[in-house]
Write a protein that binds this ligand. Structure first.
Ligand SMILES: [Zn+2]
Ligand SMILES: [Zn+2]
Length: 362
């Protein structure tokens, strides 16, 4: 539909050009369209764009579409995939575009630019403010990202950790159905981390996280291959698929595997941003080992590490739980250990509802 609609303008454009060169002024179909109508079409286009090029190709068509395309009404409705730009293409004009969208009230743009400023450009104040603006509009990923910042005291010192604020933000994101937040909250309740311990309630949130994962797969209509399998083997993260040559199943906490959720473009951007820089945010700092996350440390030893191997580091319990299922379970300890050994380090695996291994401060 979008392509047809966009293409339908192309003849009118050529008609317009002809008008300029032709001495006899024929009627110009495009110019006769009222701005309101063009704006409403552009709003529909920006809200359903599946890539930046969907939108940019319209902006570069002519002056009028460029001007109306950058109208605040159109920018406020742009879909998050309109911003799914590659980190290698980052430039001032892209930064300005995201800022225009955020100023126009686009909540996804607030979140995306907030994450980029906070973590990539290290502009903590404005980054957090943009995420807060999105969070105040009930943007679940922004609420969860602010929770991670509070849990870690990101951008500040260890004393700036505010576990209770982290749990409160996480609870709001979980209420909105954010899977990572549900999982994080579940682990916080099970461990008594930032909240009074309540193992049963924690388990309930972990069940909800799994149910929502499954619902996301079903609604995506992924029926090209068996989407639900049982496996006691760890499964790789989608980003590692080409390296391992196997599928991408997951349903995390119960040994039942479904395909992994889509990585948010903002997280994808951060992963690429630091990949380009050699995988390190700066000297002595590390990235979250969950490869779909992209969050870096903002100070040394900010993230917690795996208590068994001490090799991997995570920004959150949710990332740790996810990475354990995808990848780290196979790497953390010799296979015979986690199959045969029921000691406390791996105790959670057998009860069907834990992340399998503890984290400790770095
Ligand atoms: Zn993470
Ligand atoms: Zn480990």
């Amino acid at each position: 539909m979008r392509t047809r609609r966009r293409l339908s303008y192309l003849p009118t454009m050529s008609c317009r050009k002809r008008q300029k060169t032709s001495p006899d002024k024929t009627s110009d179909c495009f110019d006769s369209l009222p701005d309101d109508l063009v704006l409403s079409i552009l709003c529909k286009l920006s809200s359903t764009a599946t890539s930046p090029s969907d939108f940019i190709s319209v902006l570069i068509t002519c002056k009028r579409l460029n001007s109306l395309g950058l109208h605040s009404l159109v920018l406020s409705k742009a879909s998050h995939k309109t911003f799914s730009v590659k980190a290698k293409n980052w430039c001032d004009s892209l930064h300005r575009f995201l800022k225009h969208c955020a100023d126009a009230g686009n909540i996804e743009a607030c979140y995306t630019l907030g994450l980029i400023r906070f973590y990539c450009l290290q502009n903590r104040g404005s980054g957090a403010a943009l995420m807060a603006k999105a969070a105040m509009n009930s943007h679940a990923p922004a609420l969860y990202s602010l929770a991670v910042i509070q849990f870690n005291g990101s951008g500040g010192t260890k004393n700036d950790k505010d576990l209770r604020a982290g749990v409160a933000l996480c609870a709001r994101a979980a209420f909105l159905g954010h899977i990572d937040a549900l999982r994080e909250l579940g682990h916080c309740l099970q461990d008594g981390y930032g909240v009074k311990q309540n193992v049963t309630e924690g388990r309930r949130f972990l069940v909800q996280a799994n149910v929502r994962e499954l619902a996301a797969v079903l609604s995506a209509g992924n029926n090209k291959r068996p989407w639900l399998t049982w496996s006691h083997q760890p499964v790789p993260h989608p980003r590692l698929r080409s390296e391992t040559g196997s599928g991408c199943p997951l349903l995390s906490d119960y040994g039942c595997n479904v395909p992994a959720p889509e990585v948010h473009p903002a997280s994808q951007f951060m992963s690429e941003w630091f990949d380009i820089r050699g995988g390190f945010p700066s000297a002595g700092m590390r990235l979250c080992s969950q490869s779909g996350c992209g969050r870096p440390e903002t100070r040394r030893h900010e993230f917690r590490r795996c208590s068994v191997c001490g090799v991997v580091n995570y920004c959150s319990r949710a990332c740790q739980a996810l990475d354990w299922k995808f990848r780290h379970k196979a790497e953390c300890a010799p296979v015979e250990r986690w199959l045969d050994d029921d000691d406390e380090d791996v105790a959670g695996e057998n009860d069907g509802g834990d992340d399998g291994v503890m984290m400790v401060d770095s």
